[in-house]
Design a protein around this ligand. Sequence first.
Ligand SMILES: [Zn+2]
Length: 199
Amino acid sequence: MQNISEIDDLIKLISKLPGLGPKSAKRIVLKLINNKEELIKPMAKVLSEVYKNISRCKICGSLKSSSNGCNGCENNKNNYNKICVVENIADQWSIESSSIYQGYFHILGGTISNSNNQKKEDLLVNSLVERIKKDNIEEVILATSATVEGQTTAFYVQDSLKNVNVKISKLAQGLPVGGEIENLDDGTLVSAFKNRKSF
Ligand SMILES: [Zn+2]
């Protein structure tokens, strides 16, 4: 490619997306440039709307639109008695697609980790305690990954709930060690849910 700074900048940005390297980023950029009206124009509009309107809910951690409020908590009219605690939204999507679980979700927004400077204060734990009390939750299911960070985080959440009258369970240890929830197949997730243990 000729050195055109706009194109180089776009390739650099796109290659930061998950699963894409510089080579596929270049192919995407060519496709975009060859379809300015059909792709770039609507994409620029949608990106700017997402930038303006979409944010993370400070109560349940889900993504919400400023025009509709949060479907994870405030608009959720189901009367569930369970809440499943996950690290990130991709984990929620995996669990939802396995259809094993009917209940609320609570997205912590990461794990406690020494390596990426994520602090426990950054995780949505206080609002979890409030939701459990307000929604009369009977069971909290900890669905953090089978990694050191995931397990440390599960213990931290458990400790934060020690004065809350609620049953705490944890996905079964059938999870492969190092297994991240979002990468598990449906069968493994279903059996991990069915065989969950008190924690
Ligand atoms: Zn919410």
